[in-house]
Design a protein around this ligand. Structure first.
Ligand SMILES: N[C@@H](CCC(=O)N[C@@H](CS)C(=O)NCC(=O)O)C(=O)O
Length: 215
């Protein structure tokens, strides 16, 4: 049995639940973090000493860190579609996962989403936000060039490459910021929205996070 902890408004939980939705293993989801608490309990900290979500328990195997969880689930449940034992082939999607976490996520999620959307207006650092909005424009323009000749980041099919970066799209296109014209990214976003797992787990209204910095 697979158990997943995390609040549905958590970006990192969304990546995991999207993949769970694509793979379809029997599972239960336990809301945790934010107003749900739980992550401060000794039981939770024994699973993840960092006290962050998401965390999974798969038949007694505990895994934390969303991208590690994605790799774990892909290897366990998705070998045909989402995993390869060939390091060269795996590197094709792993580089996009790592780029997303190392470059896109800091600029978009931390810089823009936290800096702008989650920070109460009076506390916003406008020049810093503007710089991050510009950095995001460059990231999405780069993705736009990549997606010019393919429907998904690694080719014809959805892979792990699409999951971390694709999870950013809902918030990127929903919040009130300046965006460049990125028609290929928009087409990719429309393709992702055709997937029930994306609609259910990523397109989760996030108004509860507006102006809130406490979690
Ligand atoms: N690098 C970690 C980050 C985990 C993280 O910061 N999770 C956030 C939610 S996205 C969290 O636990 N926030 C506290 C809370 O929700 O109460 C991962 O990718 O799993």
């Amino acid at each position: 049995m697979l158990t997943v902890w995390g609040r549905r408004s958590s970006f990192n939980l969304q990546k995991v639940m999207w993949l769970v939705g694509e793979l379809g293993p029997p599972h239960r989801h336990i809301p945790a973090g934010g107003d749900f608490g739980i992550k401060e309990t000794p039981e939770f900290l024994a699973m993840n000493p960092h006290g962050r979500v998401p965390v999974i328990d798969h038949d007694g195997i505990i895994v934390w860190e969303s991208q590690t969880i994605l790799r774990y689930l892909a290897a366990k449940y998705g070998r045909a579609r989402f995993w390869s034992d060939d390091p060269a082939e795996r590197s094709l999607y792993e580089r996009w996962m790592d780029w997303s976490q190392a470059s896109l996520q800091p600029d978009f999620l931390n810089g823009v989403f936290w800096g702008f959307y989650r920070t109460p207006e009076a506390g916003r650092n406008l020049p810093a936000i503007a710089a991050k909005v510009r950095a995001c424009a460059q990231h999405f323009q780069l993705l736009d060039r990549i997606l010019a000749d393919r429907p998904f980041l690694c080719g014809d099919d959805l892979t792990l490459a699409d999951i971390p970066a694709g999870t950013s799209l809902y918030r990127y296109f929903e919040i009130d910021i300046e965006r460049p014209s990125v028609p290929n990214v928009e087409a990719w976003y429309r393709r992702l929205q055709e997937r029930p797992a994306y609609r259910e787990h990523v397109m989760v209204p996030f108004g509860e996070l507006y102006g809130r910095l406490e979690y």
